[in-house]
Design a protein around this ligand. Structure first.
Ligand SMILES: [Zn+2]
Length: 178
């Protein structure tokens, strides 16, 4: 009696999300990229790695990170506090020249027992994505594009600029409880 041929399990049917390099849209920022959401994050991690070794890139790291977060709300801005942190930091980076006092005031404010309401998540968070930033031949161009991209995303958030300004005002006037 034959035990018959043992068929391999249909491995093609089980696509490993981590190794799936099919080009598709990142569900959060909309970029067309191999691997979709995973590929988008991997690309941004390449930038973060470069930022560690190149101080010129490092100088725009926070601006890029806050911009990336405001396009990837599901990953980075689940809570009202994380949303407020990245929105106000992006505002600070662009409208206040990355003022260090404001950057420092934001986490002090958010660490306190404050009640925040997360605003409605915007459907359109800018058509330019990190894929457009990273595809350059020089570091200088990458840095320039990060500024362009950050401004582009900030413009998409125009309806929440007033909220960001109000939150920064609250952060600066916040007195930590003793
Ligand atoms: Zn993305």
């Amino acid at each position: 009696m034959s035990v018959g041929t043992i068929m391999p399990t249909s491995s093609q049917d089980h696509t490993d999300a981590k190794s799936d390099q099919t080009t598709r849209n990142c569900p959060e920022c909309g970029a067309r990229i191999a691997g979709g959401r995973v590929g988008c994050e991997a690309l941004f991690n390449e930038f973060r790695f470069q930022a560690l070794s190149n101080p010129h890139v490092g100088a725009v790291h926070w601006l890029a990170f806050d911009t990336y977060c405001m396009q990837h709300i599901d990953t980075y801005c689940q809570s009202a506090k994380s949303y407020a942190a990245h929105l106000t930091r992006l505002c600070c980076g662009l409208e206040f020249g990355g003022n260090l006092d404001i950057y420092a005031a934001i986490p002090r404010w958010l660490d306190g027992t404050i009640t925040l309401e997360k605003p409605a998540v915007l459907e359109k968070r800018g058509s330019m994505t990190f894929v457009d930033v990273w595809n350059t031949s020089s570091v200088e161009e990458t840095i320039q594009r990060i500024h362009t991209w950050a401004n582009h995303v900030w413009t998409a958030y125009a309806s929440q600029h007033a909220l960001a300004h109000e939150w920064i005002r609250l952060a600066l006037s916040h007195k930590p409880a003793r």
